[in-house]
Design a binder for this molecule. Structure first.
Ligand SMILES: *[C@@H]1O[C@H](CO)[C@@H](O)[C@H](O)[C@H]1NC(C)=O
Length: 490
């Protein structure tokens, strides 16, 4: 019996080894720019750590995904007509539009203007898509590499089309689509949907692409392809979200990039310490907004000057004339380390998901100045949870900003609520980054869900069970025969 047990445990161990560890796969990535990339990079670096091979499919026009530098990532570059400068110009135009122009127009006018910008941008995305899927040698090369999984940021559509053409299972990683339309409709969340015209335009493009060049295949739409995602990694968690229905292949991994604070650079630490009992305020409008109109920068600076706190402001524009002695301007801030500093009292933020999560992680109350994309939605969540006060970027006065800051610093409920969110955030059995990577590896191991290796594993389990039962039967039979013989002799 002992021998049989050893056998069985060896078989079981072998099975778990094949499934559980020592698996190195190939990951193909369809990224997006800006904060999206910074977030995705955390996941990709963890995949590298676990010895997977990571290849990033990027357009030559990118300005964050630096494929020129030597890197542990592999790059497949899609060469397009525009260069990095054009991309930067277009981003700056978008910022000007969203921050300065649109708020001065009526809702209808600004929607029209934004639609125009969006359609133009769609044309650029379409070029990248065409240069990827129509390049037979590129597609063949990707096909031959036999990737195990694709990780896609679907904000720039086309990743799902590449995955479909290559026949690779894929994982979507996003914060949200406007009104959660794509998640609800394409990801089949059980809620009635409204499909936006903006996206139907993209869907049409994808449909035509497929019809014209891959005729043996059944044409597909953007949404149909998106719906084939094995897993959706959503960049929020229940510290941030309100209860809502979702499917089991949605994983909420908000704050996966957050880490405990590291010590600050000496000079910055001295400045922070000089604040004494009053503490400091951290101010950043994110990686995209680099400068403000002079008049606006001036009344922000004059509001900050009236605080007893010291202020660290990430700002690249011209130094405002009204800048107070308590305020220091920096090109760049170690934001996570500052938010984790015991002297930090408040965070003034544009409301990007990454920054909000760093504040939740460290339990810091916020003043939100949302501008575009998911920022207003993010701040609305924080406001509803009692951890933030919102000020309107376009209509605010110095007094508004100052009173918002005083509220979050001196009304204890804001700090308490921020700490409550922080406790919820930290109260998870598995860290968000580990969960994100686990589900990507899960898809790699099981090739989606209904694949042969899963069936193989189940068959092996059945075989083990049959083997054990047979052994047991044989053993009992032998025993019965032996006792029978003994009885006869007696
Ligand atoms: C197609 O892809 C190959 C391999 O990545 C690349 O060398 C080539 O320049 C591409 N062709 C075009 C027309 O973009």
């Amino acid at each position: 019996v002992v021998c049989t047990c050893k056998w069985v445990s060896t078989i079981l161990l072998l099975q778990f080894c094949c499934v559980g560890c020592g698996f190195c796969g190939k990951v193909l990535v369809w990224p997006c720019e800006m904060s999206h990339w910074l977030n995705l990079k955390t996941i990709l670096e963890e995949l590298l750590q676990r010895r997977h091979e990571v290849t990033i499919l990027t357009s030559s026009q990118t300005f964050l995904v630096d494929y020129h530098k030597p890197s542990a990532f592999n790059f497949e570059v899609i060469f397009v007509s525009g260069n990095q400068e054009d991309a930067e110009k277009s981003i700056n135009y978008f910022l000007d539009l969203a921050v300065n122009i649109m708020p001065t127009l009526s809702l209808w006018e600004s929607a029209k203007l934004f639609q125009n910008f969006f359609l133009e941008a769609t044309e650029q995305f379409e070029e990248v898509c065409r240069k990827a899927v129509y390049n037979e040698s590129l597609m063949e090369k990707l096909r031959e590499t036999k990737y195990d999984v694709m990780v896609i940021d679907p904000v720039l559509s086309c990743g799902e089309l590449v995955a479909e053409l290559l026949g690779i299972p894929f994982v979507n990683t996003i914060r949200l689509f406007m009104g959660n339309t794509i998640e609800r409709y394409c990801g089949q969340l059980p809620v009635v949907y409204l499909l936006m015209c903006l996206f139907s335009k993209q869907a049409k493009c994808v449909l035509t692409l497929l019809k014209s060049s891959f005729s043996p295949r059944r044409p597909t739409t953007f949404c149909e392809s998106m719906g084939k995602a094995e897993i959706w990694l959503i960049q929020t968690y229940w510290d941030f979200e309100f209860p809502r229905p979702y499917l089991p292949n949605f994983e909420f991994v908000g704050g996966l990039h957050c880490k405990p604070a590291k010590p600050l650079p000496k000079e910055m630490e001295d400045f922070v310490q000089s604040s004494g009992e009053d503490g400091v305020v951290v101010f950043s409008l994110g990686s995209m907004v680099k400068n403000l109109r002079e008049e606006r920068a001036n009344f922000i600076a004059s509001a900050l000057a009236q605080l007893p706190q010291k202020v660290l402001w990430r700002y690249k524009g011209k130094k405002p004339a009204t800048l107070g002695a308590n305020t220091r301007i920096f090109d760049w801030l170690p934001q996570n380390d500052l938010l984790g500093h015991p002297k930090t009292k408040a965070f003034i933020t544009h409301g990007g998901t990454n920054g909000i999560y760093e504040a939740i992680y460290h339990g810091i109350p916020m003043v939100g100045i949302p501008m575009f994309a998911d920022q207003p939605d993010n701040i609305a969540h924080m406001k509803a949870k009692g951890a933030a006060v919102e000020v309107n970027f376009n209509t605010m006065t110095s007094a508004d900003l100052l009173s918002a800051l005083r509220t979050v610093i001196y009304q204890p409920s804001y700090k308490e609520n921020a700490m409550r969110l922080s406790r919820i955030h930290h109260d998870q059995p598995i860290k968000p980054l580990d969960r994100a990577v686990f589900w990507i590896e899960f898809v790699m191991r099981h090739k989606g869900y209904h694949s042969l290796d899963v069936i193989g594993f189940l068959l092996a389990c059945v075989a083990t069970a049959i083997f054990m039962v047979t052994k047991c039967c044989l053993f009992s039979c032998q025993k019965i025969v032996k006792t029978g013989k003994k009885k006869k002799r007696e």
